[in-house]
Design a protein around this ligand. Sequence first.
Ligand SMILES: *Cc1c(COP(=O)(O)O)cnc(C)c1O
Length: 486
Amino acid sequence: MRSHLLNDTTAEHYRCSVTEGIERVAAKLATTDRPFTGITVHDLAHRIDAVDLDTPLLDTTAALDELEEVYLRDAVYFHHPRYLAHLNCPVVIPAVLGEAVLSAVNSSLDTWDQSAGGTLIERKLIDWTTGRIGLGPAADGVFTSGGSQSNLQALLLAREETKSGRGDHAERPTNMRVFASEVSHFSVKKSATLLGLGPDAVVTIPVDRDKRMQTVALARELERCRENGLTPMAVVATAGTTDFGSIDPLPEIAELCDRYGTWMHVDAAYGCGLLASVRNRHLLDGIERADSVTVDYHKSFFQPVSSSAVLVRDAATLRHATYHADYLNPRRMVTERIPNQVDKSLQTTRRFDALKLWMTLRVMGADGVGQLFDEVCDLAGRAWELLAADPRFDVVVEPRLSTLVFRHIPAGVTDPAEIDRANLYARKALFASGEAIVAGTRVGGRHYLKFTLLNPETTVDDISAVLDLIADHAEQYLGDILDRAS
Ligand SMILES: *Cc1c(COP(=O)(O)O)cnc(C)c1O
């Protein structure tokens, strides 16, 4: 069994095994003609159930053959131009290379003595990101597992800062309020619960027609909060809402946060790609005034999951995540200036995800990444024109980033519930066919479909073909209903 340990004596086995795996994936990528095979849960579960984990194959090639059956053949492929569903990007090769290196070396970024250069590379990328945001000289941050964790940590810091800002009579968490728009990410509410803020903590602010937070309403709610003797703990502005890609008015929100002494968090999990864009960076103007920012490189920087970070204006606020353990990061290391990233993180053992971004920036450069994101935003603009001109569809809002929320309106059908069912059916049928994958969401209580465009290889023709497929499936559904009725 020792031959399976990666070390000096097994370098050749390592090279052959990994190459064999890469060959399989490369062959798969070269031949996938649709994003999904449409396999059912039942059929796939059957195959996976049949594997006896206590009877190993004892052979890499055999295990890869089996993997083909249980995973590779029927996986959902984000690189396919007709995968248009969630915020999953095709990944760039330098990042995949970084992934291969980081898992083989297996640094753990909690302490310097488990990572050495890895820690410094992560710190440099954090500095690079805070520089792009414009958070100022005292800024810092840390890589996280994703936007949800970044939001949780940002709100944890906001809660603790709110407490300590109150002097002796420590503010009770249940008296704190967090303000976020009605289309903010659900992890804001989840974080509030995890942070013990209570069920009423998140005050939902309505959005305007462009799905941006209404700052007049925010001002009113902040005022009401004060009047009720409660404490406005944080405003979460979203820079790229998950459904609409809308960007809340950051400068106005920053003004209000100043006025009420409230922590400003910007959730740029999706919109962070603009930080690399020469043409569209200005859409994030005002983000530099945030106290904390969430970025998901695994969304708009074309990085493999996971790769995210939370950034803060004032490094000192990260102390709220600092706990010392004698065996790991004793207090004296702080005075000895040994850089232990665990002092800033909610995690202990932690992947060296930063290496993927490092390789990406070294090979492609930030402009290269920004250009890819610009391309998908341009594509969304063209898809909007297509949808707006097509009487078969109703489209909700012109995209700022790269999502489109729309629904099929079958000719002659006026019953909203019937239209809902036709759209739900079309989405399911499309998924089952595997020809394309689209997402769904609700707007005003009705079912809508959603394209999230993150693949520069997707063309307007792809979009137009998928729209035809959706309309065909919906018509098919309505036809079946009519048949049954007659
Ligand atoms: C995706 C997303 C998140 C959550 O990020 P994960 O990486 O999925 O945890 C948070 N906020 C917004 C706006 C998002 O789009």
